[in-house]
Design a protein. Structure first.
Lengths: 295, 327, 333
């Protein structure tokens, strides 16, 4: 594992030296595994058009519900579509949703959070709105949005992002509030630092580390929520081969063709698990205090 | 500082107060007031060091931060080199910060852990666009050398320095703009004895070279005695005695000052004696006792002490005391 | 000096296991003894290993990395260095008790102070509830807490720093230990409160006959309290003697420098330069084979960098580890 890991990482050009990697491996073995799995899944998904042996939409009635085998690695579904190809394409949807939800919610949350953390008057109003948002169940919101707009990936992203924003806001606000009380902020003010620089140089960098970690968890949870929503039929349109949709369709045949559920589920679980493992490691790596202690 | 010059003092603080309100409880709307700094007046001459001593909770740090306008004063006046800075807006205050700087106590929390040493020391220069990048760089290198650090340590992060070195960084930062007043908020309290001596010597050398005025806040009387020209003793938000160093140590008048001096550890086992220790704890500045704040712990208190607050009255040109019993 | 000291430490080494490489020694070859009713002060700056020494006497070194590497700590005929955890539980509190710098962190915030002290009595002496409470109350009176009956039911956060330290002392002394181990007990306190606490410790020592090991960085506290003094630097003892010997004739250059670096309270003509010690304490892994103070020492010669000076007896009980410390009157093994 170590061997392949090092190769995998040095190929991707992430880390410079073998020694550095070895140290990283000793300290954060789980996150390295997580990172490796995530990169593999990403490569598989991104290269789906070239890797997939079949068109994921092509139905082949003769080969319905084939067991996994040489021709169809993961078997086929009730319409005779190749599950392996569909799973690869499904990864693209999951990644897209995970990334865009994480990106959108952290960006919006960061802006609102900093505003709330720095201005007392804005804080009262913003935080009540956030409390309200948090009270809305994501699934109901998604259903409501779906009934208002045409179903599509964009709507799913919005539906998942909105309930995530308050979490980010709370995190950022808490960091800003605690950093504001730090003596070095007082020192910066005392040396004549103006507000924009204070924000950019002293406060923002402190929010970044927890934010990146939070973003990984949000990405993982977005991937999961998307699959719930699709499973319930309120997520990505049924013709799109997202993992949730594949599982939802496969559910009908679970007794005679369990691979319909097992294969996409394993991919889903792997992706969520690997993102979370990576996030845990990032949390420790990005904490400068932890780093000095280990040194 | 007896030779009176026409120029105004470096710092002139008149009747300065800082009161905090604590929210009342559910059942009463009576609010508790914290008298952190209460009617404090003093002047700091040019090139002078005024030591400010007192125990925790006496308001000495709040006083320092109020003068720096990091904390908004409740009432009173702060004049920096003759200019009233009490009511300046945060924006207007920025320009004045070039003349008024601060060194904090904790060399660990007062430096941004994510910035490099050179960036920390150079930040004041950036804030005021002092010179070109090359000139700033040169100034930073000079400051590093001046406080006893190697200029090539500029690329290091604060955690790569020892406590004493970090405090030198803090001093270099305070020095960067060439201020006329530096407020030292317990600048050596967190340091080991041998390092403490290095930092005290450095601060005294800098004063000789640049005629900086220090307001030196500390709880350690021996350090304050070493560095100060005059010393103010604070108790529960008020100055109870203000005198030249020699006066204060040779003829302490206020009972609290006397107790404080008696409590200082001795320097040789042969000096062991039965001490006069104060009874009781330092009282809370929340709704402090009426009259003299010290009367509950004072061994000499009489009736008037619990009723009337003694004003800070001059005994001589260089000695003032706030005590009913001193005439 | 009696023939049988209460506590004798012989060649104590405290080591930390390190992730890459062999264990690093933080305290090396420490030997001292403590007689009944005596106050021993261990002085040194941060990082000199004085607190680790205290923790190893209690066998409370931070686990899993800290360990006693070598040496014996003999107390009541038992070797603490090798005693079982069960034995240690009996020794702690009854034979040897410890108080810490910050009393808030060593008191349980959710229990009243009365119940915390009674608990100590119950565990060690198995008395019934009322007897334990009575003992706790007596202890609070002994450490001069005002209104002890009312204070019994207070929680730690309701007390001031000085009061908390009194409670800690009450807890430490409730089972009548032979040794009170105080690690910087007054560092977090104000000067007037520090004076109160030091006076209290001195007074209790006389009343109960407890021996005291006082760990401090402040020579003022040493001058006030110590019968005997042990100076540590970078994990080693460099000078040792009675308080008078040490203050009359500090011999190790480090001790001399440290005393000169203190702003003397009753020194004449202040506003002079303080004597400073150049450089900083070497980190654990930077300690060479020679005298650990050599890089900062004015008197250092080649010899000092090459080999470690042993602790040599100079006069009386005064011993020093320095190659330049004059000629010893007699050589002791």
């Amino acid at each position: 594992m170590t061997q392949s890991l090092q190769q995998g990482l040095s190929h991707s050009g992430l880390s410079a030296t073998r020694a550095g990697l070895r140290r990283l491996w000793r300290r954060y073995p789980l996150s390295l595994i997580g990172g490796f799995v995530l990169i593999s899944l990403t490569v598989l998904s991104v290269l789906a058009p070239w890797l997939a042996p079949f068109d994921p939409f092509e139905m082949n009635v003769v080969d319905r519900l084939r067991e996994p085998g040489e021709e169809y690695f993961f078997g086929t579904d009730a319409y005779g579509r190749d599950l392996f190809s569909r799973t690869l394409y499904g990864g693209r949807i999951s990644l897209l949703i995970g990334l865009s939800v994480a990106g959108l919610s952290t960006l919006i949350g960061l802006l609102i959070g900093i505003l709330a953390g720095y201005s007392r008057s804005a804080d009262a109003v913003l935080m009540r709105i956030m409390d309200g948002l948090m009270a809305i169940p994501g699934i109901l919101l998604a259903i409501a949005l779906m009934s208002l707009a045409r179903p599509g990936i964009g709507v799913v992203v919005v539906a998942i992002t909105i309930p995530e924003i308050p979490r980010v806001v709370r995190l950022v606000r808490a960091v800003v509030l605690s950093v504001r009380e730090q003596v070095y902020i007082q020192a910066a003010i005392a040396t004549g630092t103006r507000l924009p620089r204070l924000m950019l140089k002293h406060i923002l960098p402190n929010t970044l580390a927890p934010l990146i970690v939070q973003a990984t968890y949000i990405a993982a949870s977005a991937v999961l929520i998307e699959s719930y929503l699709s499973f319930l039929g309120v997520g990505t349109p049924p013709e799109v081969p997202s993992w949730g949709n594949i599982i939802a369709e496969g559910r009908l045949y679970v007794q005679i063709a369990p691979w319909n559920i097992v294969c996409p589920s394993v991919f889903l679980a792997l992706m969520v698990l690997s993102i979370n493992m990576l996030g845990d490691g990032l949390r420790d790596m990005l904490d400068p205090r932890l780093q000095t202690r280990v040194r | 500082m007896s030779n009176q010059v026409a120029t105004p003092p470096a710092l002139d603080v008149v009747n300065l107060s800082k009161h905090y309100e604590l929210a009342g409880s559910w059942f009463s709307n009576k609010q508790a007031l914290v008298y952190a700094v209460d009617d404090v007046s003093f002047t700091l001459g040019r090139g002078e060091t005024l030591g400010l001593v007192g125990e925790s909770g006496c308001g000495k740090s709040t006083l320092g931060r109020t003068i720096l306008r990091l904390v908004e004063p409740t009432s009173g006046t702060i004049r920096l080199e003759g200019e009233d800075i009490t009511a300046l807006s945060a924006q207007e205050m920025i320009a004045r910060r070039q003349r008024l700087q601060v060194i904090f106590q904790d060399p660990y929390s007062s430096l941004n852990p994510r910035m490099r040493a050179g960036e920390i020391v150079g930040e004041p220069l950036t804030n005021f666009n002092r010179g070109t990048a090359a000139e700033q760089d040169e100034r930073i290198a000079f400051l590093f050398k001046r406080v006893g650090l190697r200029p090539d340590q500029r690329q290091n992060f604060p955690h790569e320095f020892s406590g004493g070195q970090r405090q030198r960084l803090g001093i270099a930062r305070a020095l960067a703009l060439g201020p006329s007043v530096i407020i030292g908020d317990e600048p050596v309290s967190a340091l080991d004895v041998s390092v403490q001596a290095q930092v005290i010597n450095l601060m005294m050398d800098l004063q000789d070279d640049y005629a900086i005025s220090y307001l030196f806040i500390a709880h350690d009387l021996s350090v304050v005695r070493h560095i100060s020209h005059r010393i103010a003793v604070m108790y529960l938000g008020q100055i109870v005695e203000l005198a030249t160093r020699q006066e204060l140590f040779e003829r302490p008048q206020h009972p609290y000052t006397q107790a404080l001096l008696a409590a200082v550890p001795i320097s040789h086992p042969r000096d062991r004696r039965k001490r006069i220790t104060l009874k009781g704890d330092v009282e809370s500045p929340i709704n402090p006792p009426a009259g003299c704040r010290f009367h509950n712990r004072c061994p000499h208190a009489v009736a008037v002490c619990s009723q009337e607050r003694p004003p800070l009255r001059p005994l001589s040109q260089d000695h003032a005391v706030a005590c009913h019993l001193v005439v | 000096m009696t023939d049988n000291p209460l506590l004798s430490v012989d060649g104590l080494t405290v080591a930390f296991s390190s992730p890459d490489g062999p264990p690093v020694a933080a305290v090396q070859e420490l030997s001292f003894s403590l007689n009944a009713g005596e106050t021993l002060c261990i002085v040194g700056e941060s990082g000199c290993g004085k607190s680790l020494t205290a923790l190893s006497l209690m066998r409370l070194l931070p686990r899993p990395h800290g360990m006693i590497g070598a040496g014996r700590i003999m107390l009541e005929g038992r070797d603490i260095a090798t005693a079982s955890e069960a034995d240690m539980r009996m020794l702690r509190g009854r034979a040897i008790s410890m108080i810490f710098q910050e009393p808030m962190t060593s008191l349980n915030p959710v229990l009243t102070i009365g119940s915390q002290i009674s608990e100590m009595v119950k565990v060690h002496e198995g008395l019934d509830e009322t007897a334990c409470r009575q003992r706790a109350l007596d202890m609070l009176k002994l450490v001069r807490i005002p209104e002890p009956e009312r204070r019994m039911d207070d929680y730690p956060h309701q007390l001031s720093g000085g009061m908390r330290q009194r409670v800690m002392i009450a807890m430490a002394l409730v089972c009548d230990p032979k040794i009170l181990l105080a690690d910087e007990p007054t560092t977090a306190l104000d000067v007037t409160i520090e004076a109160q606490i030091l006076e209290l410790i001195q007074d209790l020592k006389q009343r109960t006959g407890t021996a005291v090991i006082l760990i401090t960085h402040d020579f003022g506290v040493v001058a006030e309290m110590a019968d005997r003094v042990l100076v540590m630097y970078a994990g080693r003892q460099i000078e040792q003697g009675t308080a008078l010997e040490l203050f009359d004739a500090p011999t190790h250059p480090y001790t001399q420098a440290l005393m000169a670096a203190m702003p003397r309270f009753n020194a004449e003509g202040a506003q002079t330069r303080l004597k400073e010690i150049a450089g900083i304490v070497p980190a654990l892994h930077e300690r060479g084979q020679g005298c650990c103070f050599a890089p900062r020492c004015e008197k250092a010669t080649r010899h000092c960098f090459d080999s470690m000076p042993p602790l040599r007896l100079m006069a009386g009980e005064h011993s020093v580890a320095c190659w330049h410390a004059g000629s010893p009157q007699e050589r002791h093994p």
